[in-house]
Design a protein around this ligand. Structure first.
Ligand code: MG
Length: 160
């Protein structure tokens, strides 16, 4: 049966000169404050996958109090989550992600991020969507204090 899942994540900007979005390092005038690399796209995607499978959330599986995940490359969270789904014979059908950010503009990196996500999900690019929006200068995102991401995924497999 098919099951849908949704995920949401936020990280604040802090000192630094690089941010990571969807596993792609992007030069920016700031960094992200996070226990891991603060990749909001991957964190929202992982939560959507866990949600679809009914397996809890990213904080339960990869707690930010665990030194193992300090500075962690969030692609590790995605790989571990996909492994859980594979063990349950569940496969990803498609993923639709939205980045909410006033800056940086994602357009120059959109194709690379989409390709990277598709490859990690073992899906054709046509089944991975990456959208972006500002919040019209409203709220913490609009003030450029941080950024957020939402993800929706569909998975298919035995009903567990
Ligand atoms: Mg996060």
């Amino acid at each position: 049966m098919v099951r849908v899942g949704s995920g949401f994540d936020v990280h604040a900007f802090g000192p630094g000169d690089t941010i990571v979005l969807g596993g792609v390092r992007i030069a920016y005038s700031r960094g992200l404050i996070a226990h891991s690399d603060g990749d909001v796209l991957l964190h929202a995607l992982v939560d959507a996958l866990l949600g679809a499978a009914g397996l809890g959330d990213i904080g339960q599986h990869f707690p930010d109090t665990d030194p193992r995940w300090k500075g962690a490359d969030s692609t590790r969270f995605l790989a571990a989550t996909l492994e859980m789904l594979t063990r349950r014979e569940q496969r990803v059908v498609n993923a639709d992600l939205t980045l909410l950010a006033q800056a940086p503009k994602i357009a120059p990196w959109r194709d690379e991020i989409r390709r990277n996500l598709a490859s990690r999900l073992s899906l054709p690019e046509s089944r991975v969507s990456l959208k972006a929006t500002t919040t019209e200068h409203l709220g913490f995102i609009g003030r450029n204090e941080g950024l957020a991401a939402m993800a929706t995924v569909l998975i298919d497999g035995p009903d567990r």
